[in-house]
Design a binder for this molecule. Structure first.
Ligand code: ZN
Length: 304
């Protein structure tokens, strides 16, 4: 059977945006939508560009009338244009973060359909969130929307998705697992095999427990929110769990020796993780108003 990763189309729209905040000034740029199909799943990756390069990808997935996440507000117009003639019958938000709910309100207005999320996410999505400047610049403010509490399963015409509560990235995070195909829609539970930054609200030991919870299901294909589709999901999850557990043990050993989180960061990673934005190297920490940092990753292993 396997995955038929056939690139269908790659569309670049020329919607213009202004950038601000900590990002180097580069003038106007574009919105980018990249669409690929994996078996019956359509991966819709979205980003703004900065000097011609994608700034930060986020994806939503359309499968058999179900849309998993709705991307960032800044790309809402392009996403809605893409969905114009598609069958969209229900939506699931994997969690409340602004880059997963950006087109909720527009989709509800156009299709009049239900959007489901974890019970703890429902009140958060219904209010206007306070965003940091980098979030406002990269993703934009989502229009508040009404969601319904998700149950244990979400059914479409041809598939049944099990809802798996996977806290750690945030406490309202869920994954969807389709047993027949062994598909895992993993939201922000997994971004890379060796994460080196974390947000302040993350709890790494909870993330490890959640990774193990989905690993037990033996997923074959994983559809993460950044759009980096993984075709050997169980092997990748195994390696990620080993990496995080080993890192956590090192952090705890150094903590017991009396090192501060900043000292532990320097001992293990040497420095804060960096990111290249429009050809300029910055630390993640500076770019994200101190939200994503390597020191936060160390902290997140020390939370009880
Ligand atoms: Zn998130």
């Amino acid at each position: 059977m396997g995955v038929r990763a056939r690139a269908l189309q790659s569309v670049i729209f020329t919607q213009s945006f202004y950038f601000g905040g900590n990002v180097p000034k580069g003038g106007r740029d574009e919105a980018m939508l990249e669409v690929r199909s994996f078996d019956d799943v359509t991966c819709i990756k979205m980003s703004q560009t900065m000097r011609g390069k994608p700034l930060a990808w986020v994806a939503c997935y359309l499968v058999d009338g179900l849309l998993v996440d709705t991307g960032q507000a800044h790309i809402s117009e392009e996403l809605m244009r893409f969905l114009e003639n598609k069958k969209v019958q229900k939506v699931v938000n994997t969690h409340y973060h602004e880059d997963h709910i950006g087109s909720n309100a527009a989709i509800q207005k156009k299709f009049g359909i239900d959007i489901f999320a974890h019970p703890k996410a429902v009140p958060k999505i219904s209010k206007l969130a306070k965003l940091f400047p980098y979030q406002e610049m990269v993703w934009g403010y989502p229009v508040p929307s009404k969601t319904k509490k998700i149950g244990k399963r979400i059914d479409t015409k041809n598939y049944q998705f099990e809802v798996v509560h996977t806290p750690g990235h945030c406490d309202d995070h869920i994954c969807l697992f389709e047993p027949k195909k062994a598909w895992l829609f993993s939201g922000d539970l997994y971004a890379s095999e060796k994460p080196n930054v974390a947000r302040p609200e993350e709890r790494q030991w909870e993330i490890i427990a959640s990774l193990k919870k989905v690993r037990v299901l033996k997923p074959k294909i994983m559809f993460p929110a950044p759009g980096n589709v993984v075709t050997d999901a169980s092997a990748v999850l195994d390696r990620t769990i080993v990496y995080l557990e080993n890192l956590g043990k090192r952090v705890q050993r150094l903590h017991e020796k009396g090192l501060s989180p900043a000292e532990i960061r320097d001992a293990i990673f040497g420095q804060e993780a960096t990111i290249s934005i429009a050809g300029q190297k910055l630390t993640f920490r500076d770019f994200t108003n101190e939200q994503f940092s390597t020191e936060n990753l160390i902290h997140s292993f020390l939370k009880k």
